[in-house]
Design a protein around this ligand. Structure first.
Ligand code: PAF
Length: 280
């Protein structure tokens, strides 16, 4: 497995890999867990060459202490990626990605500033900008993202469509622990007490999904989510949003088709998110 630390080296490596066939890119911020590895497994199935990027992107963090505390373990990440059969890792420094005087940003002006974007201003602009850079550096045929970051996925799909980017966006279902908690690098920062109650997010989504499948209106499902999470004093609900899966407009009342439910809550200061797509 090749480790590339510069844009030039990454481009030369992809150029050589291209002789094998299609290239898949799995962008990550490292601290890899089974959720990331399910993206890697999907990319390995669908491509002849696979690149994983590990870059803790400073422009998508609002709070500098959140950036500082973001878990990093390059050696453990390399071992997992090598064992999986990844061809190359892109591990750039910040100044490889954001060159001196860099002034271009990429923003989906509507989608970035609603729902989860209101809780984390500037976050999706940072994501769209760094993903554009990674796509331009690696030039993959397919790029892989988790469904857990539901709005991020919508932002990236929209950006790729609007900017005519020559890449196919693939999404992979949320990987969960045995108690239902969605896997996230942030889970490692929870205290044992907060970790024990964090599966309430998934439980609230299950209850809401069952109600919706039984014909309930969105407002009723929203109340169920709020009361399920309110019953857990260590969870501090931040947002519950229901969106039309195709347009990302707010969904209300009775619906027909697919909707996304996005929730976020703080557990002792650590923000966790989860989602579900429901079709009826
Ligand atoms: O989902 C993530 O890990 C990050 O937002 C991404 C897509 C790698 C961009 O930094």
């Amino acid at each position: 497995m090749k480790i590339c630390r510069t844009v030039e080296d990454m481009r030369a490596t992809v150029h050589a890999l291209r002789t094998k066939g299609e290239i898949g890119l799995v962008p990550t911020m490292g601290a890899l867990h089974a959720g990331h590895m399910s993206l890697v497994a999907q990319a390995l199935k669908e491509n002849q060459g696979v690149v994983t990027s590990i870059f803790v992107n400073p422009t998508q963090f609002g709070d500098p202490s959140d950036l500082e505390k973001y878990p990093r373990d390059d050696d453990a990440d390399f071992a997992k990626l090598e064992a999986a059969g990844v061809d190359a890792v892109f591990l750039p420094s910040v100044d490889q990605v954001y060159t001196d005087g860099d002034e271009t940003i990429v923003e989906t002006t509507g989608l970035a500033n609603v729902f989860h974007g209101l809780v984390r201003p500037g976050h999706f602009r940072g994501v769209a900008t760094v993903v554009t850079k990674l796509l331009n550096i690696v030039g993959p045929d397919q790029v892989y993202f988790g469904q857990k970051d539901y709005q991020q996925l919508a932002v990236i799909r929209r950006m790729v469509q609007d900017l005519h980017m020559p890449v196919v966006v693939r999404d992979v279902p949320t990987a969960r622990d045995t108690d239902g908690l969605a896997l996230s690098s942030r889970n490692a920062r929870l205290t044992p007490e907060h970790r024990a109650v964090a599966p309430v997010l998934n439980r609230a989504l299950v209850v809401a999904e069952e109600a919706l499948q039984g014909g309930a209106a969105i407002e009723y499902a929203a109340d169920l989510i709020k009361s399920t999470i309110a019953a857990e004093p260590l969870a501090d609900l931040q947002a519950v949003d229901f969106v039309d899966a195709a347009t990302f407009d707010q969904a209300t009342g009775d619906f027909c088709g697919a909707i996304g439910i996005m929730i976020s809550a703080l557990f002792g200061g650590i923000l966790l998110i989860d989602q579900r797509e429901v079709t009826r």
